[in-house]
Write a protein that binds this ligand. Structure first.
Ligand code: R5P
Length: 320
């Protein structure tokens, strides 16, 4: 019944909870408590509100590497892992061509690009047909010479929760890649979409705590809502501590499974809000088992040793 028609006799049918103040709860995610509703909701799809953490499955490598080992057929190797991920980190090309639109997983959409593995500035020595050869093409730009590679309208069409942008602090194109970040933050924040700054490492950029403190903090200060960087064996807690937004770690090159799980566990115990992992999952001997073990380490605080046991048990049972 419309309120205007309510008489005092009807009052028993309505409950106004006049003695109970409406709650004003905070928000679970680091640095996100003052964001608007839409952005908080999107970040709640990336990060599990119960644990505050995420397992992102990264398979965007093709944007500069082409068919990376394990990603030759994303439909065959990655889609079986989708149920175990909180978020899929991918390019729009793979999203449209391979990932079912019925997925309920959050999307971290690659939004920068424009260079490839074979575009260094200097010549470098490699092999062609088994023979040493001078590769690279002088005059071509180095890998850090990225642009934004996605419009905000496209991000909305693809229902992205966050946009991923590579930032090359300390490179020749540092300024340009930071501008890519701030341009995407300006565009994405108009629509409540998040931006994840991805710390790129290159030859000139050492993987030290000092470097990651600098890079992650700069990206957060310039508006990134999430920052991705590599784990460091020392002082990683200082990297997470002085970054005011959540940090997720990249997996990096393939490690033995126990070492990869140790890296995840150490990062989580030192303040990381999750992992954005690719090769250590899809290049594993048993990707589904590894994915579940990583999940347990991230979301259930399972130790690396227990996670490894879980990996082995699942691997054996999946083979049986
Ligand atoms: C590389 O730049 C891509 O953004 C990958 O998503 C990222 O490196 C994470 O993948 P991985 O765990 O294989 O290092």
């Amino acid at each position: 019944m419309a309120d205007i028609q309510t008489s005092s006799a009807d009052k028993k049918d309505k409950e106004y909870f006049t003695g109970t103040p409406q709650e004003a709860p905070g928000f679970f995610l680091k640095g996100a408590h003052q964001y608007d509703w839409g952005l908080k909701n999107r970040l709640s799809r990336v990060f599990n509100p119960k644990t505050g953490r995420t397992v992102m499955l990264a398979f965007d490598h093709g944007y500069f590497q082409g068919p990376t080992t394990g990603l030759e057929r994303v439909d065959q190797t990655i889609l079986p892992l989708e149920p175990y991920a909180d978020c899929l980190m991918l390019t729009r090309g793979i999203q449209r061509s391979v990932v079912p639109a019925s997925t309920t997983k959050a999307i971290a959409l690659r939004a920068s690009g424009g260079t490839s593995m074979v575009s260094p500035m200097e010549e470098w020595e490699g092999e062609i047909d088994g023979k040493k050869a001078k590769l690279g093409r002088p005059g071509f730009e180095p890998l850090s010479n990225e642009s934004t590679a996605l419009s905000i309208e496209e991000a909305i069409r693809l229902n992205a929760s966050v946009l991923a942008v590579q930032v090359f602090i300390g490179s020749a194109y540092e300024r340009q890649t930071l501008k890519n970040l701030t341009d995407l933050v300006d565009g994405a924040s108009r629509y409540g979409i998040g931006v994840m700054g991805v710390t790129a490492v290159g030859r000139a950029m050492a993987r030290t705590p000092q470097y990651f403190r600098l890079a992650t903090r700069i990206m957060a200060e310039l508006g990134a809502n999430v920052v991705k960087c590599y784990y460091t064996d020392t002082e990683f807690d200082t990297v997470t501590s002085c970054c005011p937004v959540p940090i997720v770690i990249a997996g990096g090159k393939k490690l033995p499974e126990l070492e990869a799980l140790e890296m995840c566990s150490n990062a989580i115990q030192q303040g990381a809000s999750g992992v954005d992992m690719g090769r250590n999952i899809f290049q594993s001997d048993a990707p589904i088992a590894m994915m579940q073990a990583v999940r347990a380490v991230v979301h259930e605080n399972l130790s690396a040793a227990a996670g490894y046991q879980m990996y082995q048990d699942l691997k054996a049972s999946l083979k049986a």
